[in-house]
Write a protein that binds this ligand. Sequence first.
Ligand code: HAM
Length: 413
Amino acid sequence: MFNRIPGTKDILPAEISSWQTLESTARSVFTDYNYLEIRTPVIENASLFNRTLGPATEIVQKQMFLIHNQEDIYALRPEGTASIVRSYLENSLDKTAGFVKLYYIGPMFRFERPQKGRLRQFHHIGAEAIGSLSASLDVEIISLADRILKNCKISGYRIKLNSLGCPKDKQAFSQGLKNALQQQLPKLCPDCQNRSKHNVLRILDCKNEACREILKTLELQQEYLCPDCQNHFAAVKAGLSSLGIAFELDYRLVRGLDYYNQTVFEISHSGLGSQDALGAGGRYNNLVQELGGPQLGAIGFAFGVERVLLAADKGLGQAAAKKLAYLIPLGASAQSAGLKILDTLRKSGIRADMDYANKSLKGAMRSANDAQAEFVLILGEDELRKNTIAVKDMKNSTQKEVNLDNLIEELKC
Ligand code: HAM
């Protein structure tokens, strides 16, 4: 017997209705905000991620699923943004469409140590808006993420917000942090010592208790933001407030990927334990140019589907299922006549199934019950002769004989 790979998950029929509800709610919100769906491959050249996420980031250093073939190294995509910018440029959307608002739903892969809310194959529901620097777009993206959660009736989450500024500001912030940590460097964990050389801002994300204690002593402010970035951030905050979207400023929020600048945000949920980020995003105004395109503003976010579902602790419920009609054929000729009846019902949009196991009436009734059928249709030799069928209403246990010509009407009312 084979088992699934650690950190992957079978999504069984009992769980699927929550997935479908989340996906359909998200699709409907994306449509309301005028975002169009895009689907890109799950494998890409590994160099795409080295280039965009940053060679020193944890994802690139430790978490990529790599496929070494004879010519190239491919990677299972660890996130969607890089692929979408690649696709935007490869398909010349910068020339034909310019400003685009895209959304995506699909699996992502990261070689992480599996734990609650942390998988090796997980799923993103995300959006990317490419081609604008407007602060109103930052507000739209954050309000869109908030709307998806609200429409799923998820509460208890916090939106943390920060601005990393433009690359110059980010550089100044990194340098300031490096200076502030100079004396403490030997006391930081080995990972942070490494980060201090390659990606000092990531020290702010460290989960190590000793590092956290040291970081608590630092006074972090937004003194590094240039006037333009200050104005942009002020407009984002004002826009969110005008829509009544609650947020908290968090100057420690730096995000783990190199492509971010200006606005970054994370949506966390206290019910999730250590992996508490439901989703996150931010601006990446230099990424399109990094990949060979024009200088264009862009912003996006992604939810981790599994974590959103964990936050909706009682599940997201199901869309009202269609009533099921369950046919029990008694005998061989009823079997073949039954197939035709099923076909007619299904063509008329009635959800229908039948007993294929030739069970006794009692056994087949039990199966109908297990399948939560609303109606059981019993077809025996007698009924066949009279062109009728016995229709049992399972809710009120009544049974009547119905002419086959009237069956659809009978089941529809
Ligand atoms: P990220 O923060 O790496 O951002 O991932 C977004 C979300 O995916 C996280 O907040 C979390 O909910 C979920 N997630 C990440 N890793 C795992 C995992 N191993 N298991 C389960 N869930 C996970 C991005 O990927 C960016 N591309 C988001 C973005 C889009 N920024 C701009 N546009």
